[in-house]
Write a protein that binds this ligand. Sequence first.
Ligand code: 0O2
Length: 211
Amino acid sequence: MKTVKKEIEKIRNEMNQDQYYLHCQYIMGILAVKIKIIGEQLVLRNKRDVIQNVSQRIKTPESIYAKMLRKNLEPEFSLAKEKLNDLIGIRIVCLFLDDVYEIAEMLKKQKDIKVIKEKDYIVKPKKNGYMSLHLIVEIPVCMGDKVEMKKVEIQIRTTAMDFWSVLEYQLLYKKNVKGADKVGKELKSYSDEIAALDQKMLKLRNRIESI
Ligand code: 0O2
């Protein structure tokens, strides 16, 4: 137990060095402005609100440590920077299914963002029912005469998917507790209902817009 604490402290110390948090804040600041502009362009284009909420986080030392072990990797921060795509995470929540893909397309068009990976858990949800569109992007950070590319995971999902995943995240920490299996199955069935409802709401919105 002591070693776990020590390893996590080591990661924390490494994160505190090398202006890591400052670089993360710089990237999150750039992306926040970009997403705000995209949001305003979408309001003008679609004549309605599109982006409902944007949140950002820097992965904690505890979460880095746990994820490195899950991936059978040494829990070293220098290795985590190389291997983990979500040390910086941004979540965009929107109302409708087509908004997810419209936001993703607009992000992909940004000249200073390079999409290196796309995972569509909406077309192909995870086994437990998790749905979201993930873009792993690289953003250049200029430091003196050097330019370093930093990875960010951008999760884009509907309000309904977000509401589901918050609950599922709580269950994750109770996986081995009695009753968790039953709740997991029920949650999976709600994910199917959410997928169907998102489709229905989109169709209805299109009908309303065409009246
Ligand atoms: P936390 O605590 O949110 O940081 P990769 O190397 O990119 O192929 P990775 O990073 O495991 O593999 O990718 P994946 O599966 O797309 O997961 C990235 C993040 O998406 C997770 O980070 C979660 O935030 C979210 N996510 C993925 N699957 C689920 C799920 O089943 N339920 C919920 N609620 N969220 C999920 P972390 O590090 O797991 O967690």
